[in-house]
Structure formats: C-alpha cells, structure tokens
Design a protein around this ligand. Structure first.
Ligand code: FES
Length: 110
C-alpha cells in the first residue's frame, strides 16, 4: 500500500502483529487496532475518556505531545507506565510512524 506505514503490535498474549496502516485517512492508532480486530474496546469512541486503548510505546518514534485530556485520563487509568503509556486514540497515523512498535496494555476488566 502506498501512503501506509507498518506498525508492530504485541497483543496481550505476547503475539506480534504487523499492521499496515494508511496515513491518508486520518485514522488514529486506536482505529487501526480495531480495524485489525485487536482487543481494544475503545468504549469512549476516541475521546480520551476511557483508557481502554492504552498502549505502551516500545520504539523511539516522535509522537505528538500529550494533551490535557490524555494526561488526565492516564492519571486515573490502571497499569500506567509513565515512560511508555499513551492512549491509542490520541495518536494520529502519520508517515513518520513507520516501524512504530507498541504493546497493548492489560485490559482493566474482562
Ligand atoms: S478510546 Fe477511549 S481513551 Fe482512547
């Protein structure tokens, strides 16, 4: 696919998935995870209000700075790693994210 990047995702069973994510559709990382049917509930629909899309960023890519809503949500969420946690819905898929590697944070309840 042209205008796409590869994102590597480690799921909650430790299995690695390589996803191809279009950069020209205004998708967030959360939306791409859901397109590939990874177990991300996204209860709030991408409003930074549920943290079910939390991921740990495992690579050195430059990401957009955290907004207040994301910061506030992560302050309240479980399993937060201060150095690595981000909300997938707040990360737009951009060409510079090629090769991004993330791990899904544990689900809060199953
Ligand atoms: S989808 Fe709810 S915080 Fe990201």
């Amino acid at each position: 696919m042209e205008d796409a990047v590869e994102i590597i995702v480690v799921d909650r069973e430790g299995e690695e998935h390589t996803l191809e994510a279009p950069t020209d559709m205004n998708l967030s990382l959360m939306e791409v995870l859901r397109l590939y049917e990874l177990p991300v509930k996204a209860t709030c629909g991408g409003m930074a209000m549920c943290a079910t899309c939390q991921v740990y960023i495992e690579s050195e890519h430059e990401l957009p700075e955290m907004g207040d809503a994301e910061q506030d949500m992560l302050d309240e969420a479980f399993f937060v790693d201060d150095d690595k946690s981000r909300l997938g819905c707040q990360i737009p898929i951009k060409p510079n994210l090629n090769g991004l590697r993330v791990t899904l944070a544990p689900a809060e309840e199953e």
